[in-house]
Design a protein around this ligand. Sequence first.
Ligand SMILES: C[S@@+](CC[C@H](N)C(=O)[O-])C[C@H]1O[C@@H](n2cnc3c(N)ncnc32)[C@H](O)[C@@H]1O
Length: 199
Amino acid sequence: MGDHFFSAEPQSADVRRTVEAQIWGRSYVFTTATGVFSRDRLDIGTSVLLRSVEPPSAAGTFLDLGTGYGPIACALATEVPEATVWAVDVNTRALELTVENAKAAGVSDRVRAVLPDDVPEDVLFDEIWSNPAIHIGKPELHKMLLRWLERLAPGGTARFVVGKNLGGDSLQRWMTEQGYPCERTGSAKGFRVLRARRD
Ligand SMILES: C[S@@+](CC[C@H](N)C(=O)[O-])C[C@H]1O[C@@H](n2cnc3c(N)ncnc32)[C@H](O)[C@@H]1O
């Protein structure tokens, strides 16, 4: 299999570059690399999510599921000074970049960039934010989402951005059927922004 951004350990040369982004009115310069999702710019889906949803208003424990080089995790930690953000990915190069980017943003003390199995079992999340890895296929996607939705704290919310043509609407129905009432809170540039709740 070729070396895709979702490889656990990309074999391609680790060629770095920088990406400038504006998130919630602040400027960031992120380091990205070959073998990592959307290395040339802030992904359009991610940008739609961050433009359509305000940052959390209260501190808490957040999860950025599928963090990539960490733009969502870094922005959450920057906007919410008391928050702890778990930045989870299966791609080790992505996790290295997230550590670097969190340092550059001055939030490395509160961004924990780890593999999924390295999140301690007793951690619950007040909020989950994700531009999820749709390409892993529906069975894996559903398994991944259920694994983390089950760890939403009571009253917690999960925010997702999913391409309409990648099944955004059916994913919304599926989450509701699984017991996480899910509504569409935004739609732009072919993406659906979804909010699921744990009652
Ligand atoms: C669509 S990308 C989003 C990356 C980043 N959040 C962004 O906005 O640029 C999805 C990410 O999920 C990661 N991923 C794939 N399978 C995963 C899994 N089972 N658990 C956690 N992350 C996974 C991929 O490596 C990829 O970095």
